[in-house]
Design a protein around this ligand. Structure first.
Ligand SMILES: Cc1cc2nc3c(=O)[nH]c(=O)nc-3n(C[C@H](O)[C@H](O)[C@H](O)COP(=O)(O)O)c2cc1C
Length: 271
């Protein structure tokens, strides 16, 4: 979530790197406030899925990504935004409830926005926000979702680049320890995000403009939108430790494939 827009070459390199490591489909996500059109074109040519988030659906961007052969979706915060995404050419939508970790687009709970969106569009709908258990996955699929999106739980995957102290804090937290805040606004103002309350408090009491350093030398400003990774040093606990209400389900570090296996509802597991 570093709001440092990637160039077309960087996107191509990144997708190429991922291709060498998996034969599965690869997706690239763009945040609208930081979007670079040439990078979207490159993603559409090289990735299987291109996603956009955090801005009004833009048919020209959808077309740019589709031209290269990718399927395209928009993560949305309301049924009306979902309709705009579909009208703009998206193949599917992700509906995000306010339970989600990270930046939050709308102001409705997931169940409500899912219901309204299923009534409003014909394309597949993916449910996101606060999902951490197989029961919740089963509930959402039964309610009509075609798939689910999970974020916070994977921050504690073995493969994750999250800073170990951030992961520790997630393991020790419950949903009551999260808050929707505007605090981590340095590069991305006016964009509410769900984060650990303790991180907001620590950032507010920190004195100074620079809270840490990224390997390579970049100084991390206080209230940076960048979550703490293994590549950062400094006041990690005063950085943007994004966490959804799904943090309740973060109890240990595991390989991503084991997390996926755990989340598959019993009834749909193949032997
Ligand atoms: C650490 C973290 C980083 C995220 N970064 C992005 C991002 O860069 N782009 C994006 O579209 N969504 C991002 N999200 C939001 C997810 O797309 C999704 O809506 C959210 O994780 C779902 O809620 P959950 O975290 O409770 O599973 C991020 C979420 C987290 C927790």
């Amino acid at each position: 979530m570093i709001p440092n827009p990637m160039s077309a070459d960087e996107v191509e390199d990144l997708v190429g790197h991922a291709r060498r490591r998996t034969s599965k489909p690869i997706g690239v996500g763009f945040l609208i406030p930081f979007v670079v059109r040439e990078a979207v074109e490159a993603a559409g040519r090289t990735a299987d899925v291109v996603e956009f988030f955090y801005g009004d659906p833009d048919p020209t961007l959808v077309e740019l990504a589709r031209r290269g052969g990718a399927i395209v979706d928009w993560q949305v915060g309301s049924a009306s935004e979902a309709v705009a995404a579909v009208t703009g050419g998206c193949d599917f939508v992700v509906v995000q409830g306010v339970e989600a970790g990270g930046h939050i687009r709308g102001n409705q709970l997931l169940d409500e926005i899912l219901r309204e969106t299923l009534d409003a569009v014909e394309v597949p709908v993916v449910a996101a926000g606060g999902i951490g258990t197989p029961d919740r996955v089963a509930q959402l699929l039964a309610a009509g979702a075609d798939a689910v999106r999970i974020g916070t739980r994977f921050v504690a995957a073995e493969e994750s680049d999250a800073h170990p102290r951030y992961v520790e804090k997630l393991i020790g937290a419950t949903r009551k320890d999260t808050i929707i805040s505007g605090a981590f606004r340095a590069e991305w103002p006016d964009a509410p995000h769900r984060v650990l309350k303790a991180a907001v408090e620590a950032a507010e009491t920190f004195e100074g403009d620079v809270i840490g350093n990224l390997r390579g030398g970049w100084e991390v400003p206080r209230f940076s939108s960048m979550p703490p990774t293994r590549h950062v040093e400094g006041e990690v606990l005063a950085m943007a430790m994004y966490a959804g209400e799904s943090v309740d389900a973060v109890k240990n570090v595991k390989p991503a494939k084991d997390i996926v296996a755990e989340l598959i509802p019993q009834a749909t597991r193949s032997s």
